[in-house]
Design a binder for this molecule. Sequence first.
Ligand code: DX5
Ligand code: ZN
Length: 226
Amino acid sequence: MPLLPFGSKVMHKTLLAPSILAGNHANLEQSLKIAEGCGAEWLHLDIMDGHFVPNLTFGPQTVADLRKLSKMYFDVHLMFSQPDKYIKAFADAGADCITIHVEPKYPVAETLSEIRKLGCQCGIAFNPDIPVEKIIPFLGDVDLVLAMTVFPGFGGQSFIESVLEKIKQVDELKAANDYQFRIEVDGGVDLKTAGLCKAVGVDTLVAGSAFYKSEDKVAFREEIEK
Ligand code: DX5
Ligand code: ZN
């Protein structure tokens, strides 16, 4: 059941998206239920291809199996060199939003449009060393902008503060053009860094390690979302 950012109350709400990457991969059902059980509406699913990033996670079959267990909004983050070849598989698996990276060479605009044709919302992600100018051509055609606050590939890394300035620029462009996309951060988000992100316009916060390690997950979510 997609929580559409457009025209819904959800649009203005700050959301936590727990990253199941930091869950237990021998029992992802339990990890999903932990996220759902604390009241989180979004679940962030990190899919890595071993090319764009030096790690592998899981594929569409896992997403499809998790889909049967929950109505959470599935926020699928593809860290792929050739995401265009796989978007259909993840749409069929039940993704609500599919986010692709701006860095690799493939038809980005066409792939975003294809994701929408497949019935999903779409996002554009950029790494910490990428200037905002690179994503400007796509800002009018996305539902989500994902600012990576670590170099993707692994959970548990430290938040890169220099990305905050870029997020501020994205938020200014959003206001100036009346864009409706959500602004999401991913990597090294904890209660402290979440505050820095929210101050520059972030409304969607992915948290893996900090979320799954937190003792009181309801309190963690409430603090992130307030
Ligand atoms: C990074 C992934 C992140 C990761 C965040 O490669 O895209 O989503 O799960 O994990 P933490 O919150 O542990 O930095
Ligand atoms: Zn991610």
